[in-house]
Design a protein around this ligand. Sequence first.
Ligand code: SIN
Length: 193
Amino acid sequence: MTADARPRSTPTDARSAADPVWVFGYGSLIYKVDFPYLERRPAQIRGWARRFWQGSHDHRGTPDAPGRVVTLVREAGAVCVGMAYLVTPDVFAHLDHREKNGYVRIGVDMEFGDRSAVGGVVYFAAEGNEAYLGPAPEAAIARHIARSKGPSGPNRDYLLHLADALRALEDYDPHVFAIERHLREFEREAVAA
Ligand code: SIN
């Protein structure tokens, strides 16, 4: 049986610590793949929505002027589309460092296009973590993103790369695309002014 066909009910304690693990990426992990993986597949998770509610002190902003990046929020009926990677456990040293600004790994079930499902992990930034910013109107989020930058570059690039990656996955995420539309509008206005 291949790893991706492993039944969802496989008990965690039946797995060895050296077994590869599926990681579901829904933000920069979709488009910035700076880690080795054994396999990569488009995937989705149910009951979660992607939101630009997490602050970024170390990638797209600074502690004094945080940027905005995505986290997940529980939402009945929601489906979050992303990319799943099968990685060996040693890869988590790099990923945990990259996602250290408020994200923790939690277990999640993910589904592939052929409807098969596997258990894995996702990086989740919970409400109240040290960098959490919370909800705001999408236009305000776009303005915030437009003015933010950090060691990994302008915050706008994070948003635009994510929107492009979602289009490539043929996903329509109304939250991400609304913020992208606002940002483009603000940038057109700034050029015209
Ligand atoms: C993810 O991409 O899955 C987590 C959030 C991020 O790094 O942008």
